[in-house]
Design a protein around this ligand. Structure first.
Ligand code: RTP
Ligand code: MG
Length: 140
């Protein structure tokens, strides 16, 4: 199995509820390693660019408002099969549908305020890591 990198956001609802440590513990317990990490507060343009793929969706405006409502923790995670592994650890988009033991089942509040983001494929992982991190901000 190949070593991959993926991109994670601990979203504003989770940061606001002081859950950064709990979520990072689940991430590192899964075997994923943190290659870069920072806390940021996105402005509207940054969040709109990040979620540009969703700009025609009815929830786009609310999603951007939510993502800029407070600070987030962005990270680059690395490990075997990291992209799928982290998607599985997050659980379904809607916390009500997320399997027990997943981040969203534990900490998500609703389909929008769902605690975390993870890249959905190799191309988006590369693009998303580069959207938030300069090369010298990543170790190794
Ligand atoms: P993400 O991109 O954040 O990892 O989440 P995902 O792949 O599981 O879900 P996606 O379909 O890409 O949706 C992106 C984020 O938009 C919010 N959302 N709101 N109001 C709604 O119906 C709705 N649907 C999605 C969530 O914050 C979701 O994670
Ligand atoms: Mg997505």
């Amino acid at each position: 199995m190949a070593i991959e990198q993926t991109f994670s956001i601990i979203k504003p609802d989770a940061v606001e509820r002081n859950l950064i440590g709990d979520i990072l513990k689940m991430i590192t317990d899964s075997g994923l390693r943190i290659k870069g990490m920072k806390m940021i507060h996105m402005d509207r343009a940054k969040a709109e660019g990040f979620y540009a793929v969703h700009r025609e969706r009815p929830f786009f405006g609310e999603l951007v408002d939510y993502m800029i409502s407070g600070p987030v923790v962005v990270s680059c995670l690395e490990g075997e099969n990291a992209i799928e592994k982290y998607r599985a650890l997050m659980g379904a988009t809607n916390p009500a549908d997320a399997a027990p033991g997943t981040i969203r089942a534990a900490f998500g509040q609703n389909i929008q305020n769902n605690a975390c983001h993870g890249s959905d494929g190799p191309d988006t992982a590369r693009t998303e890591v580069a959207y938030f991190f300069d090369k010298e901000e990543l170790v190794g």
